[in-house]
Write a protein that binds this ligand. Structure first.
Ligand code: SDX
Length: 384
């Protein structure tokens, strides 16, 4: 007999596991990593400390943090195979395709693939967190036709990333902004790319396979790709006075405004508030014509969207909306936005994978077959 089957499209509203990594309060626009409000971490912490918190479940003391920092520094160099992949693929493939391939290739350098212990997996996570940032920086160098910049061990993780990308040690404000973006993108529950990571890991495939699935998933414009798409929209609006017309036409044409809307947040994404706050702060201190124009467009688009869609349809700005103008303020090229998102989220993918493996169960949902059964096979010369 056919029992009542309800399909949850996109698994909306379905819980897949218990976690202590991250809490999202979608109705009120709140976010916590391991119980700490994101605003507190954004203001006081740094990406290395947040990575430690996510991987080990507590804030490190001085000794633990400096040991963790040393382990990350020791893994910053870009391995040989990555140079070949970046040089062979850049200009012929989307940056996220290049990055996904590089991440996948790192498995050949694993000290002992058979070692499935927790400390071996932490070692893999540290290698992946450190190297993915360096790989993204080298991708940026190569695309600008510039040479590889070796890591600088006097800099922390995200400042070193900016250094390897630009060849210049970032000033204090730029270092704070890039570290902020690394913190804000580090973790966000069972989002699509983390879910992909978990599905792959649930078959007991290895860490590299699982995070490669995560990176492949993050590319899509409905997920990680929205930050670049939102900035491109701002550039095509061009003059702030075109903003309202552009947005209204897009909405009339049922086109999505990238950087708005979220499956869980039905309120202002708390991360977007933080990005906007620091962007406005930076703009006051280091005014630039391009950024102030982008900021005006973003604020006017936000104002219109809040009036038109937030109250009625629960569509609010998300982290991707103000990310572009902020990255432009520190000279990060648009094609690296999603790769940076991946470099940051690497710790979230690994932390969720290790947590899920504590109580692993193969993901195998059902689909409801609605076709015919036992159809008659007709030999080909009797078919119309
Ligand atoms: C991230 O999950 C995470 O946590 C992700 C993330 C993370 O940190 O990992 O937070 C990062 O991916 C942020 C989201 C980035 N994506 C975008 O900005 C792309 C634009 N946003 C959407 O396409 C959309 O809002 C989603 C994909 C994010 C969520 O989609 P849902 O929950 O599946 O909602 P839906 O597509 O069913 O839309 C519901 C309605 C539709 O209207 P109707 O067809 O019912 O009339 O809302 C409309 C949509 O057309 N809508 C939008 C819109 N987003 C949804 N309309 C205009 N502009 C938008 N951006």
């Amino acid at each position: 007999e056919s029992k009542e089957i309800t399909i949850s499209r996109g698994l909306e509203g379905i819980y897949i596991a218990e976690t202590t990594l991250c809490k999202i309060d979608g109705a009120n626009g709140r976010l916590w990593y391991r119980g700490y409000p994101i605003e507190v971490l954004a203001e006081n912490s740094n990406y290395e400390e947040v990575s430690y918190l996510l991987l080990f479940g507590k804030l490190p003391n001085r000794k633990e943090l400096s040991a963790f920092r040393e382990r990350l520094k020791a893994e910053r160099d870009v391995p040989p195979v990555v140079f070949d992949i970046v040089e062979e693929m850049s200009g012929r493939a989307h940056p996220m395709d290049v990055l996904r391939t590089c991440i996948s290739s790192l498995s050949i350098y694993d000290e002992d693939p058979e070692d499935k212990s927790q400390q071996a997996n932490i070692r893999r996570a540290i290698k992946l967190i450190a190297k993915t940032a360096s790989i993204v920086a080298y991708m940026g160098r190569y695309r600008q036709g510039k040479d590889y910049v070796p890591p600088d061990s006097s800099l922390d993780h995200s400042a070193n990333f900016l250094y390897m990308l630009t060849g210049k040690k970032p000033d204090e404000m730029a270092a704070k902004l890039i570290d902020l973006m690394f913190i804000l993108h580090a973790e966000h529950g069972s989002n699509a790319s983390t879910f992909s990571t978990l599905v792959t890991g649930s078959t007991l495939a290895d860490v590299y396979a699982a995070v490669t699935a995560g990176a492949a998933t993050l590319k899509g414009p409905l997920h990680g790709g929205a930050d670049e798409a939102a900035l491109r929209m701002m550039y095509s609006i061009g003059d702030p006075d075109n903003t309202e017309t552009y947005i209204e036409e897009a909405l009339e044409g049922k086109r999505r405004i990238m950087g708005f809307g979220h499956r869980v947040y039905k309120a202002y994404d708390p991360r977007a508030k933080i990005v906007r706050k620091y962007l406005e702060l930076y703009q006051e201190r280091n005014p630039s014509e391009e950024v102030s124009r982008l900021l005006q467009i973003a604020l006017r688009a936000e104002k219109l969207m809040l009036e038109k869609l937030s109250k009625t349809k629960g569509i609010w700005p998300n982290i991707d909306f103000f990310a572009g103008p902020l990255y432009r303020a520190i000279d990060v090229p648009a094609e690296l936005f999603t790769p940076i998102f991946a470099a940051s989220r690497m710790v979230g993918w690994c932390a969720h994978l290790f947590e899920y493996w504590q109580n692993n169960r193969l993901f195998r949902p059902l689909d409801n077959y609605v076709g015919e059964v036992d159809k008659k096979y007709v030999p080909i010369d009797q078919r119309e």
